[in-house]
Design a binder for this molecule. Structure first.
Ligand code: KIV
Ligand code: ZN
Length: 387
């Protein structure tokens, strides 16, 4: 069986930008949109055009700028939203309208104050109307994660018949377990006639830390598009991380799937997004966190110095970093200390290393990390002690 292409739908500029304090101005959005295309994303969700004149203009400008990726604009299942999204996308070479409505009981009864039948009617109406502007229409069934499968299939059948090209099944509240979410996608593939002609997309939130696992379960059960953001930013606990799914597919599922992502650009783009949004990345974040390729305990350092893959499953160069880091702390051993001295151009003799290690432990006990400046002071101490 040949490997399937998984489309990467980047929503850093829409769902990601909804994070409090992460608002971007137009120039920032344009800069990032270009980088996201360069990274190899297939679809860029550029914004929610009806939400503000600024967002409208950004979507319009991104549409002009982007050469190959599909540019997508969000709308509710409301005629005016769809019309405005179509206007904003009129500059794009490959425009896509992303429209939808809540389908869970909670959304139907408590948010929309509606009924299941009316929701189906609105979903079909929205897709049909969007189709009058563009060929490529993606439908989202908001809170699909908490929507009963039989009803979800009924809604999806309606929008497939109305011409939707992409079917987004969001776990809006990050509620599902991976097995459950995978089952949901499989159920739809088995119960919606004509679904094989459409792209099934997954859009998972991270409220229980399962966004990435659920997205992977989605593609293992028939989805061929993943909606995600750089650094996993997004509403509340965020969205599925682009860098995580890209590397999982590359490293663990390469016999079944592939993406167009250039993994060497992941770390540079992560930093750029973090800097433009003013939102730091947690140090232990997979792939792009400061500690993702840093080793601080003696046992690990000894292993990595001998052979990198004893404690690393990815070569840092593959994700755009120069090298792994050996961090000196009070938990570090002699091998790490000798290694770091060597990096400074100093090859310690056994005797020098014994002296250095004693001084090092005293310094390390008084600070969180021992840096190059400390090592230079220790080097002076060794020369005094050994002289
Ligand atoms: O989380 C969600 O359901 C969304 C939709 C608007 C696609 O962001
Ligand atoms: Zn979302």
């Amino acid at each position: 069986m040949s490997a399937k292409r998984i489309q990467i739908f980047d929503t850093t500029l829409r769902d990601g930008e909804q994070v409090p304090g992460c608002k971007l101005d137009r120039d920032q959005k344009l800069r990032l949109a270009e980088r996201i295309e360069e990274l190899g994303a297939d679809v860029i969700e550029a914004g929610f055009p009806i939400s503000s004149p600024g967002d409208f203009k950004s979507v319009q400008e991104i549409g002009k700028l982007i050469k190959n990726a599909t540019v997508c604009g969000l709308s509710r299942a409301v005629k005016e939203d769809i019309k405005v999204a179509a206007e904003a996308l009129s500059t794009a070479k490959r425009p896509r309208i992303h429209t939808g409505i809540g389908t869970s009981d909670s959304h139907i009864y408590d948010k929309l104050l509606s009924t299941p039948d009316k929701v189906i009617e609105k979903a079909i109406g929205a897709v049909s109307y969007a189709k009058s502007f563009v060929e490529d229409v993606e439908f989202y069934a908001e809170d699909a994660g908490r929507t009963e499968n039989a009803f979800l299939a009924k809604v999806i059948q309606g929008v497939v018949d109305a011409g939707a090209t992409v079917l987004n099944i969001p776990d809006t509240t990050g509620y599902c377990l991976p097995g459950e979410f995978g089952e949901k996608i499989k159920y739809l593939t088995e119960h919606v006639v004509g679904i094989d002609k459409c792209t099934i997309s997954v859009h998972c939130h991270n409220d229980l830390g399962l966004a990435t696992a659920n997205s992977i379960a989605g593609i293992q059960n028939g989805a061929t598009q993943i909606e995600c953001t750089m650094n996993g930013i997004g509403e509340r606990a965020g969205n599925c991380s682009l860098e995580e799914v890209a590397m999982i597919i590359k490293h663990r599922l390469g016999d079944q799937f592939f993406t167009g992502i250039n993994s060497k650009l992941l770390n540079p783009l992560s930093r750029e997004v973090s800097m433009e949004m003013g939102m730091s990345v947690q140090a232990n974040k997979a792939i792009v966190g400061d500690n993702a390729f840093a080793h601080s305990s003696g046992i690990h350092q000894d292993g990595v110095i001998k052979a990198r893959d004893t404690y690393e499953i990815i070569d840092p160069k593959e994700v755009g970093l120069d090298r792994s880091l050996i961090i000196l702390t009070a938990r570090s051993g002699r091998a790490a200390l000798a290694f770091r001295f060597k990096e400074l151009g100093i090859n310690l003799t056994k005797r020098e290393l014994d002296v250095a290690y004693k001084i090092f432990l005293e310094v390390a006990d008084s600070k969180k990390q021992v840096g190059d400046e400390d090592l230079k002071v220790i080097w002076k101490g060794i020369n005094v002690a050994v002289a």
